[in-house]
Design a protein around this ligand. Structure first.
Ligand code: SF4
Length: 150
């Protein structure tokens, strides 16, 4: 898996002060996408064990981890996202993970990754469906709370 960037003090991708990882690789090709540079999963840099450890260390002083892109659930990203989520929850069981995906929740809800995700924002970005709802890019997208305590 490659990643485009990560933010270590993010206030706009979920509640609190978060660490947000933008991976590369997306097959949805939404018109008006702001992150077209992340569509190619070969773009960006390798998400190495060192980078993962660096990111996880920063999470110690933050409220949670946000996963975006690109699409963290691009088939080529799923194994490494699963590993990242598993290690994050082992280390920080009290902290939450939010995940943004262009897939509909119904199509990915049975992935093992979902055992570790607290909140999903799902669905493609539809530029003709603007919204003022927090965390969402367009009105069709849903905020799905998987873990009820979050
Ligand atoms: S799912 Fe997100 S990253 Fe992928 S094309 Fe749509 S808006 Fe862009």
């Amino acid at each position: 898996m490659n990643y485009d960037r990560y933010y270590t003090c993010d206030l706009v991708n979920g509640p609190g002060i978060r660490v947000t990882l933008f991976v590369t690789g997306c097959q949805h090709a939404c018109a008006g996408c702001y992150n077209q540079s992340t569509w190619d999963r070969k773009s960006g840099q390798p998400f190495t064990a060192e980078i993962m450890e660096e990111l996880l260390a920063v999470c110690a002083t933050h409220d949670g981890l946000s996963l975006s892109g690109g699409d963290p659930l691009h088939p080529a990203n799923r194994a490494e996202i699963l590993n990242l989520c598993r290690v994050f929850k082992q280390r920080y069981p009290e902290k939450n993970i939010w995940l943004w995906t262009g897939y509909l929740y119904e199509d990915v809800q049975n992935l093992e990754i979902m055992n570790y995700i607290d909140v999903v924002i799902d669905g493609k970005y539809e530029q003709d469906q603007p919204t003022t709802q927090p965390w969402r890019g367009s009105a069709n997208q849903r905020q799905i709370i998987i873990s009820p305590q979050r």
